[in-house]
Structures are given as C-alpha cells and as structure tokens.
Design a protein. Structure first.
Length: 319
C-alpha cells in the first residue's frame, strides 16, 4: 500500500509540475519593438497602426512603436535601445537596406530576434515580410504605356538613395515603361525621401522651370500627393497623369476625385498580418530558418477604387 501511495503521489506531483510548466509557457508575454522608418510618412503610419492592431489578436504579443523619423542614426539608436530594454524581437521597417545591417546584426548577436517588413536589408539571415517592388511598379507602368501621350514630358520622384524599394520600383519603371516609350522625356528626377513636402517643393520648381508636365511618376503615394498639391497650388485647371505605390487612403481619394491616375496597393493590413504571424512563429520556435514571404500588389484605378475606399473605411482608416 505504501508503494502504491508513493506512486500515486509521484503521478500527482508530476501532473502538477506539467500543469505549472504549461501555465508558465502559456503566460509568457513577448515584447516586440516595431521601428517605423518615419511616422510622418502616411504609409509608414498606416503600417505601424496595422501592426499594433494585428498584435492584439495574439494574447502573448505586445508591440511598441518607435519612430525612425527617416534618420538612419535614430533607427540604429531605437534598435540598440530595444536590446538594452530586453525586447524579445525587433521588427524593422528599413529606411536604408545597408545602413540597418550593422544594428540588426548587433541585436542578433545580443540574443534578440530580428525581422524586417516593407523592405529588406542586405543580410539574407534576417527574415521578413515584403512586397515585390518591381511588380508594384510594373502594374502602373504597363498602364502608363497606354495612357501617357506621345512625346510626353514627365517627372520622377524617388525614395531615399539607399532604399531597395525605391531603387527596384525605379528599375520596374525603366523596364516596363521608359524602355518601351522611348519618345518620353524625363525633365526632372529627384530624391524626395518618401516625403510629401519635399515632393511638393520639387514639383513647384519644375512647374516654374519646365512648363508643360504630362505625368508624375512617383515611387510612392505620399510624394505623388505632394506633387499634385503643388499643381493645385499653381492654379492649374488641369492635372498631369500621376502614378504612385501604396494604396493609401489619401491616394484612393485622389483617384476617386480624378486628380491621381493609379497606384498599386501595398496592403499594410496584409503586411501586418503576415508580420505578426512570422514574429509569433520566430518567438515560439515554430520558425527556425530565415525566409522572406511576399504579398502581391493590386492595381487601383478609377474603375475599382471604390472597393479600396471601402476597405479603408471598414478598417477605420477613413470615414
């Protein structure tokens, strides 16, 4: 009987130990530092808000957003501080694909998990979620081939110099538009750093110095909207064709009212959904090998823009 009693006691204690361990594992809360490239960028703000909302679907995840303000040194500082503050994972929206490599590697060396979203860094060991920037540009460029008038004069707005998305979108435009439409002349091309105000200033200068501009080719929506505001401010009654990338609420409204021609949706909702799933898998050990997962861009024009406006309304991004 004594042996039987001891056996029962050991079984009960074992069960209690397993239960306590399971409860501790279940109660584990993972802290994620999300380093946004710049909250002043409408798409970056949309993506940051989507990350916070998506994380709430996971009881064991919490996200704190840090604003990189389009400054590589500040982004590096945020990553370093996240390590010091013992965050479990740093999720970076890279501004510069090379500049963020060293701080990302330093975080990994310190034992913190790192991944990227909405751009990649030049280190294949860092996993992430992204969209194909060439495909994003190609969808617009193929449409522009049929829309831009013969011998058109166009301006081009670029993102930051070291940003892979800007470089690859520009490559997409070269391949699918400029190499096809040899008659088109670029009368202005500048780096506006994804920034609406910078794009507006460049466009104001081009309106004064170049006269007729038939199309605005922008590597994101924020810069395209800034350029269009310059056109409005000039008193012009007609607008050039204007192409962007992101599918922000503001761009969708511009397409609806006829001032913007098209954009390609880089869904912040889809990026956030995939990012939080990957982050959770990394933190819980379900994912062990680095990989990049992609979302697909969708072309938005006046023919289908109502669908995307409703998408933003449903998500609470616009009234």
């Amino acid at each position: 009987m004594a042996k039987a009693a001891r056996l029962v006691l050991l079984v009960v204690l074992g069960a209690l130990l397993i239960s306590a361990t399971s409860t501790a594992v279940a109660a584990k809360k993972y802290r994620i530092a999300y380093v946004a490239r710049a909250q002043g960028d409408s798409f970056a703000a949309w993506l940051a808000n989507s990350m916070v909302a998506e994380a709430k679907k996971y009881p064991d995840l919490s996200v704190v957003v840090f604003d990189g303000q389009s400054r590589n040194e500040l982004i590096a500082s945020h990553i370093e501080n996240a390590v010091t503050s013992m965050y479990d994972l740093v999720l970076i929206q890279p501004l510069d694909s090379e500049a963020q490599v060293a701080p990302a590697r330093a975080a990994v060396a310190a034992g913190v998990k790192v991944m990227t979203c909405n751009n990649r860094i030049n280190d294949p060991s860092i996993p992430g979620i992204d969209a194909d920037p060439i495909q994003q540009a190609a969808e617009n460029a193929k449409l522009a081939v049929t829309q831009v008038p013969k011998n058109a004069r166009v301006v081009v707005l670029l993102g930051p110099a070291g940003n892979m998305h800007s470089l690859k979108r520009r490559e997409g435009w070269q391949t699918y538009f400029f190499n096809v439409r040899r008659d088109v002349k670029i009368v202005g091309e500048q780096i506006a750093n994804w920034n609406k105000d910078e794009a507006m200033r460049f466009m104001e200068d081009w309106i004064q110095s170049q006269g007729r501009i038939d199309a605005i080719i922008s590597m994101n929506d924020n810069m395209a909207v800034g350029a269009l505001e310059a056109v409005k401010g000039s008193g012009s009654k007609t607008y050039p064709l204007a192409y962007g990338v992101d599918g922000t609420p503001e761009a969708c409204l511009c397409i609806k009212n006829g001032t913007m021609t098209s954009t390609t949706l880089q869904s912040a909702y889809a990026l956030a959904t995939k990012s939080m799933q990957m982050a959770h898998d990394l933190l819980t050990g379900k994912m062990t090998a680095a990989r990049i997962d992609f979302i697909t861009a969708e072309l938005i024009t006046k023919d289908n823009v109502d669908k995307y406006i409703q998408m933003h309304r449903d998500a609470g991004n616009m009234r």
